[in-house]
Design a protein around this ligand. Structure first.
Ligand code: GAL
Length: 381
């Protein structure tokens, strides 16, 4: 009996080894992917939310470019819910994904999924938001996120007339009242944006040209959980009630993302800003979301930072193909993105500030939005 059990156990081990070597079938079929045809490989694409159209555009661009390259794609949106994203990624792994592309909701919440992926030999590409505190992040595709913050700070200074568009000193002297907003603290990008902006604004705060009247200058005070528009609107309401009920006005608001900018603008409009005697403050943004592009065209929002999601998707696909062919993707930054466990090799794309005058040349001429979509403030299906 004992001998038989031993034989059975040995047989089980041989079978298990055989299965593990199979690749392509069942869970974690990535080990032999270099020999497999693209149509036999599945790429799991995990996106955070469909409430922001940028992620819809990202998901669609990644999916179509992967499909054009011949791969099967399993694209999932997690509704900004952390457990949903964990579960979706778990499922991708158990269903045999050969590679994962993940834009995390909470950059620290996917460790067990990444460990499971690594155990199956599945490469993980972190998409735009760096996954933190785990060494099994194989590559990162994003933009230069600190520069995004610098560009947002610069746009605020330019909008106030403290700088000209060419970066030379403007004619305005201030002092100007400003307020600061940051993104979701569980997103690694939020700190990069805020730091880039604050480093740019700090000299003007130090010499009294800019005054943060609420006194809320720390990122924890300025943060907006899940980058949520309604949360930003409530905080702006609160700031106006608490710090501007003495007849003083807000002249500028640093906003890290268009959805947050729209919340801020709604709050300001509800408080009478935008009327002839009370100009709308300079409000920055990011992502060139169509509703905000219209607000910029209408002179309501000052600017946005354009990050071309088509190019980001392309880089993710290039990296995915390299891994699946058994190669290492080319990085253009190997120093900036330390995720707490390792510096993740990254490919960072350039960004562009878009003011009203740039909408045509940057967004319409490149085919990102049509003139008609800009006029409507809505994307065509
Ligand atoms: C960040 C991203 C921004 C913006 C924000 C809210 O991670 O870098 O471009 O999209 O999320 O979705």
């Amino acid at each position: 009996m004992a001998a038989q059990t031993l034989r059975m156990t040995a047989l089980g081990a041989v079978l298990a080894l055989g299965l593990a070597g199979c690749g392509g079938d069942g869970a974690g079929g990535s080990s032999n992917s270099a020999d497999a045809a693209p149509e036999d490989l599945t790429i799991g694409v995990s996106m955070p939310t469909e409430t922001s159209e940028r992620w819809i555009a990202d998901g669609a661009a990644v999916e179509s470019q992967l499909e054009d390259a011949g791969y099967q794609v399993d694209l999932q949106y997690a509704g900004d819910d952390i457990p949903t994203q964990s579960q979706q990624v778990d499922q991708m792994i158990t269903q045999g994904a050969d590679l994962l592309i993940i834009a995390a909701i909470d950059g620290t919440a996917l460790s067990s999924q990444l460990d499971a992926a690594a155990a199956e030999g599945i490469k993980v590409i972190s998409y735009d938001r760096l996954i933190r505190d785990n060494e099994n992040v194989d590559f990162y595709v994003s933009f230069d996120n600190y520069k995004v913050g610098v560009a947002q700070g610069t746009a605020l200074l330019t909008g106030l007339g403290l700088l000209n568009e060419d970066g030379s000193p403007g004619t305005a002297t201030g002092p100007f009242n400003i307020e600061l907003f940051a993104g979701s603290l569980d997103d690694n990008n939020a700190g990069f944006f805020f730091n880039g902006a604050i480093d740019t604004l700090q000299p003007f705060i130090d010499d009294g040209t800019l005054v943060v009247k609420s006194g809320q200058t720390e990122i924890d005070q300025a943060a907006t959980l899940r980058w949520d528009q309604a949360t930003a609107q409530r905080r702006m309401d609160d700031l106006l009630t608490r710090s501007y009920n003495d007849g003083s006005v807000v002249n500028g608001v640093l906003s890290p993302y268009d959805g947050i900018s729209r919340g801020i603008i709604t709050s300001l409009q509800n408080a009478g800003y935008g009327a002839a005697d009370k100009p709308i403050p300079v409000v920055t943004g990011q992502d060139a979301e169509i509703a905000s592009v219209k607000l910029i065209a209408d002179g309501v929002q000052n600017s946005t930072i354009f990050k071309d999601t088509r190019l980001l998707a392309e880089q993710a696909v290039i990296a995915a193909e390299a891994f699946l062919e058994g190669d290492t993707p080319e990085a253009n930054d190997t120093t900036t993105y330390d995720n707490g466990k390792k510096v993740v090799p990254s490919y960072l794309l350039p960004i562009q500030t878009v003011y009203k005058d740039d909408i045509q040349s940057v967004l319409v001429d490149s085919g990102y939005w049509s003139a008609d979509e800009v006029a409507k403030g809505q994307a065509d299906d």
